[in-house]
Design a protein around this ligand. Structure first.
Ligand code: ADP
Ligand code: GLC
Length: 486
């Protein structure tokens, strides 16, 4: 089975969030399972410089506003995975964030930049590379949302199905919505601009296109798959998703064990595993030193590694900080985003230098040191399609404290007396998105932290959890078989 994954980020070349981790790990897992999986990405500078052995597949006439347009192919150095890159300097040769410019505003030609991505995906099902063509186009998030629409248009032209399509929603809140007048620039049949098509309340929605035209839809956890069928988390698309419920599957993300493994992680102070957690103590000491915190072995150390956006619920951490400090706890935070939150956390660090450390920015290596060195990783999200940092926390014996929502609910088992007695508990889970509920969970964590034997047993249970990409890849393959053209 030849499967083309279409996405805009890929770890380790270009990452703004968990999507990149998934794009870096799922296709190689599919290859291990016997799929011929490849990637298609836009030619951002990080891709042009990072994909190895790039060579020309096809030179194309100008379109989508790109005067020079070439399809290149190469391989990813880490995984050896084949990757196609769209070389269109006019659209993609811009440094920094792939979606917006230095002024923090989305690029005004994003509809063409990502329309071209979807269009090229369909071309790779139609034979644009004479040596390989896709049986399945698997798009990720709104950036790839038009791929199934171009496939549908090709199917209508050719009178036969060209390729099967799977579309994965990593976050329903990012939709790629554009004013209707840009539709004419996208080379789609006019009749697609319709309520039963790409039209969304008078605008054009890339995400809706993906949801409407794909053969199968997946999202990144079973709970989120249910939540997005309800108005509260449906972002206006719950009706469509309910209508497609029989084609929608929640498949939990996995952990890339080549990247996140405390027994071999090159970025942490000392290695450790489930049998011997001695090294984790060294990681905590090193983190406290690096972060300028008081080096106190008995102070429960709470870590945050996160985008600072409304989704992540970090206002609860800000408001609940006193609850952490009053129990002798410490906080180390790495993140960037909302300027108001950045400022609030900076102020907190200035006010409590020996117990609060805040690093505003993006730092892959530091994220590993925080996950390894903290006792608890905080993920109190308002909504969370899957969430990866709690999975990394489990793997590193850093107990997650999470809200019971989306993938957090599917991956962390609360330390209730019953769950602990059954040896199932792996972290702390609270329900209501309220300060009191968050602080109560913090206090439960602090109380348990003082009972070191029990804490150790829970750490070991957390570290034994399997969040395997091989499992997810098997479930994906099952879907591919259902939608591949005969
Ligand atoms: P989301 O994709 O919604 O941001 P996830 O938990 O799925 O949330 O994935 C976030 C990914 O980004 C994780 O790999 C996490 O370690 C990483 N990350 C988030 N913020 C930072 C940061 N400031 N520095 C380094 N890594 C970060
Ligand atoms: C999104 C979601 C996050 C998920 C990630 C990877 O960014 O916000 O919950 O883990 O995609 O699927």
């Amino acid at each position: 089975m030849r499967v083309l994954h279409v996405c805009s980020e890929i770890y380790p070349l270009l990452k703004t969030g968990g999507l990149a981790d998934v794009a870096g790990a799922l296709p190689p897992a599919l290859v291990r399972a016997g799929c011929d999986a490849r990637l298609l990405v836009p030619g951002f500078p990080a891709m042009m410089n990072g994909v190895a052995n790039l060579h020309l597949i096809a030179e194309l006439p100008p379109r989508f506003g790109a005067s020079a347009l070439r399809l290149l192919a190469g391989t990813l150095a880490d995984s050896g995975l084949p990757a196609y890159v769209i070389d269109a300097p006019g659209l993609y040769d811009r440094p920094g964030n792939p979606y917006y410019g230095p002024d923090n505003h989305d690029y005004s030609d994003n509809h063409r930049r990502f329309g071209l991505l979807g269009w090229m995906a369909a071309e790779l099902a139609l034979g644009r590379d004479p040596s390989w063509n896709a049986d399945i186009i698997h798009g990720h998030d709104w950036h790839a949302g038009l791929a199934p629409a171009y496939l549908k248009a090709a199917e209508m032209r050719n009178g036969r199905k060209v390729a099967g399509s799977v579309f994965t929603v990593h976050n329903l809140a990012y939709q790629g919505v554009f004013p209707s007048h840009v539709f004419g620039e996208l080379e789609l049949p006019w009749e697609f601009f319709n309520m039963y098509g790409v039209e969304f309340y008078g605008n054009l929605s890339f995400l809706k296109a993906g949801l409407f035209y794909s053969d199968k839809i997946t999202t990144v956890s079973p709970t989120y798959a249910r939540e997005i069928q309800e108005p509260e988390q449906g972002c206006g698309l719950d009706g469509l998703l309910r209508g497609r419920a029989h084609d929608l599957r929640g498949i939990l993300n996995g952990v890339d064990l080549d990247v996140w493994n405390p027994a071999a992680d090159p970025d942490i102070a000392s290695h450790y595993d489930r049998e011997s957690l001695e090294g984790k103590r060294a990681c905590k000491r090193a983190l406290q030193q690096e972060a300028g915190l008081a080096v106190q072995e008995n102070a429960p150390l709470f870590g945050v590694v996160s985008r600072l956006t409304d989704q992540k619920g970090l206002n609860l951490v800000q408001a609940g900080l006193r609850g952490i400090l009053s129990r002798g706890g410490q906080l180390v935070l790495l993140g960037s985003g909302d300027p108001a939150l950045e400022a609030a956390f900076r102020e907190a660090a200035a006010a409590h230098p020996s117990s609060v450390s805040v690093h505003i920015g993006y730092d892959e290596k530091k994220s590993h040191r925080i996950i390894a060195g903290s006792d608890v990783i905080l993920v109190p999200s308002r909504f969370e399609p899957c969430g990866l940092t709690q999975l990394y926390g489990l793997r590193y014996g850093t107990l997650p404290l999470v809200r019971r929502v989306g993938g957090l609910a599917d991956s962390v088992v609360d330390c209730t007396a019953e769950n602990m007695a059954q040896g199932k508990a792996t972290g702390f889970v609270f329900d209501r998105f309220e300060n009191e509920a968050f602080v109560a969970a913090v206090h439960r964590a602090c109380a348990l932290y003082a009972r070191r034997d029990e804490w150790l047993r829970i750490q070991q249970c957390a570290m034994a959890q399997q969040f395997s990409w091989d499992l997810a890849a098997g479930q994906m393959q099952e879907l591919y078989r259902q939608v591949a053209p005969r």
